[in-house]
Design a protein around this ligand. Structure first.
Ligand code: MIC
Ligand code: SF4
Length: 642
């Protein structure tokens, strides 16, 4: 039996376990990346492990999230990351250089390598044929120290692409179609592999748009083969020496196969407030819009922005629309400036923003009250834009640009011929914003610069014999980490200050939760299915830990959040009978006796003291995860084992 692309990379990096679906496997990690919003915590954790120099082939620290500096906090955090990176052998991408995933694709990604990043969109690297996965900061810290990264061996899904995209239909529409088919939880426990004749019609940045938004499927990762198209992209980046071919064996076996004929696709949008709430632009056509934003790690490549510039050339943004454009990297920005496309963008009245995440993470450009905002981003969760009742639609750059001019949802296919834009033979390469780490000899003399915003992370204790606490909060299905620990310009600067952050925990669901949780001292959270989808932020576990959350009982979990809960020492449990969810009410007094034994048994009995009933929950964790929970989290576990 042959292997899939992902199985080949897993096989070559397997250090523990067997490639049996559903069992835990340990992987050797070649590369890591961090961004600043999760990076401060990850580097504090790395420091706590006492490893002097990273043991990976390449680790890079990017500054792209917290670039709005409305106080000292973000600037201090940047300096902290810059200094700690220099000391410990990590490459540093300065603020202004661009978004981590776009930059990693351009300058560092290598087909066939493993990459984990403290950001859920790390699978962007799958566009180059990497096995690239999002992880919590602590897991990234461990990998930097040479430790193994553990995942559950995923099922393999093959998406067979045939045909060729019609004019004005783009890679974003492909992934929106996959989201329509699979939903935001359809990818959990799976790797999505793209294959078929249609693959050859997609360039690397287009493939990366598709693997990027595989995060929204809940998938472990997504991956494309590495072929001659990959070779020409890497050659154009001056990195052809790093290229190698990678393809699935002809007799590779997949657990699921999805067929997509690219020629049959049309422009799509993900309507509020979920990336899988798919509508066609035909249906939305004519609906008035207020804002358009083009950028983010999904759609800010040279190709994307050249297409946008061609649409905007000689036109003016509609008077009732605000158009913002953030190029994905300095390379893209520079090339647009050199070839004149930037002049067309500026002349149209677009508001040109810094090369960074910006509005994608609520760092500015919040829409007007109830405003309809078209964005080329990957997430439209409620409140994420910074305007509580903002209505965010996720669309392709083409749809975004034509709609910005018309002032209404517009089907670009009605505009006649599309400009023919191709990837350049040579990208403009200038790595002057990427700093090399200090040499081993110099490292000792590098001083780490710490601002007053950096607070220690919460202490954890060994798991007690029993958990007895109120179900202090009950939430529904598809709760995102943006619900649990919101981001945005006001809150993000405190990513290294858990006590401050805790005031906003679950703010979108119940703003009284932090106060109530502190008053109770300990609590249990009840949730529905796909709990913790979205971001990799470990803050969505560390902050509840700080507030005294001891266990989370839900119908099902999203992968990265589950790992983050275990790492924080919060017990993750799922209802055996999903109907028991309806039989627990907020504020019920719950008791889970013998929790330590229950972790070994894999199930526990929860006594509902208030109602005088009981129900069974599963705590399906690996043996390693059980030991982490018993020790009270990964840091304690690592210290105990050292
Ligand atoms: C996001 O898109 O939600 C983020 C901000 O990039 C997060 C990371 C974070 O919360 O810092 C992610 O996707 O992991
Ligand atoms: Fe940044 Fe948005 Fe991409 Fe997250 S999804 S890395 S916030 S651009």
């Amino acid at each position: 039996m042959g292997f899939t692309i992902a199985q080949k990379i897993i096989k070559a990096h397997l250090v523990e376990g067997e490639m049996v679906v559903g069992s835990e496997i340990g992987l050797r990690i070649d590369q890591t990346l961090t961004q600043d919003a999760t990076g401060t915590m990850a580097y504090l954790e790395f420091e706590a492990m006492g490893v002097p120099r990273v043991k990976t082939e390449r680790s890079v620290a990017y500054i792209d999230h917290n670039t709005l500096q409305t106080g000292f906090e973000n600037a201090d955090d940047h300096r902290f990351i810059q200094s700690i990176a220099k000391k410990h052998g990590i490459w540093f991408s300065r603020p202004g250089n661009g978004i981590c995933h776009q930059l990693h694709l351009e300058r560092f990604g290598i087909p066939g390598k493993t990459l984990i990043g403290s950001d859920s969109h790390t699978p962007t690297g799958g566009g180059l044929g990497m096995l690239a996965m999002g992880a919590g900061g602590l897991d990234v810290a461990v990998a930097m120290g040479g430790g193994t990264y553990y995942i559950t061996m995923p099922k393999m899904v093959r998406v067979n692409l045939s045909g060729k995209l019609p004019a004005w239909v783009s890679a974003k529409d492909v992934i929106l179609e996959v989201l329509r088919i699979m939903s935001v939880k359809g990818g959990v426990g799976k790797i999505i592999e793209y294959g078929g004749e249609g693959v050859r019609t997609l360039t690397v940045p287009e493939r990366a748009t598709i693997t990027n938004m595989g995060a929204e499927l809940g998938a472990t990762t997504s991956i494309f083969p590495s072929d001659d198209i990959t070779y020409s992209f890497m050659k154009a980046q001056g990195r052809e020496a790093d290229w190698s071919e990678l393809k699935a064996d002809d007799d590779a076996v997949y657990d699921e196969v999805i067929e997509i004929d690219l020629s049959s696709l049309k422009p799509l949008a993900a309507a509020p407030h979920s990336p899988d709430n798919i509508k066609s632009i035909e249906e939305l056509k004519g609906k008035k819009i207020d804002q358009v934003l083009i950028g983010s790690c999904t759609n800010s490549s040279y190709l994307d922005l050249m297409r946008v510039a061609a649409i905007l050339k000689g036109k003016t943004v509609h008077p009732d629309v605000s158009l913002g454009i953030a190029p994905g990297s300095k390379q893209v920005f520079n090339m647009l400036a050199q070839n004149g496309a930037l002049a067309d963008i500026i002349a149209s009245g677009a508001r040109v923003l810094e090369c960074a995440c910006g509005p994608c993470i609520g760092m500015g450009q919040s829409p007007n009250s109830g405003g309809i905002s078209l964005r080329t981003f990957n997430r439209n969760f409620e409140g994420r834009s910074g305007t509580a009742d903002g209505q965010v639609y996720l669309v392709s750059p083409e749809t975004a640009a034509v709609s910005a001019i018309a002032g209404v949802f517009t089907d670009a296919r009605e505009l006649g011929e599309a400009a023919n834009i191709e990837l350049p033979e040579k990208f403009y390469i200038n790595d002057n914003m990427i700093l090399e780490p200090a040499s081993v000899e110099e490292a000792d003399s590098v001083e780490i610069l710490r601002g007053p915003n950096i607070k220690p992370f919460p202490v954890t204790e060994e798991l007690p014999a029993e958990i007895a606490a109120k179900a202090l909060l009950k939430v529904g299905d598809n709760i995102t980490t943006d619900h649990i620990m919101p981001a945005g310009a006001k809150i993000l600067p405190y990513r290294s200050n858990i006590p401050h952050l805790s005031q906003y925990c679950f703010g979108v669901c119940d703003s009284t939760f932090p106060e109530r949780a502190k008053a109770e001292g300990k609590s249990i959270v009840i949730g529905g299915s796909n709990y913790g989808q979205g971001s990799s932020r470990e803050h969505a576990a560390l902050v509840p830990l700080y507030l005294g959350v001891k266990a989370v009982i839900v119908k099902s979990f999203a992968r990265i959040h589950l790992a983050n809960l275990v790492n924080a020492g919060i017990v993750p449990m799922t209802f055996v009978d999903p109907d028991d969810y309806d039989r627990v009410d907020q504020l019920d007094e719950l008791r889970i006796p013998d929790i330590r034994e229950a972790l070994s048994a894999g199930t526990a009995t929860v006594i509902n003291v208030t109602k005088g009933t009981e129900f069974t929950v599963k705590c399906e964790v690996s043996g390693r995860q059980r030991d982490i929970l018993l020790a009270g989290g990964l840091l304690n576990y690592t210290k105990n084992n050292a």
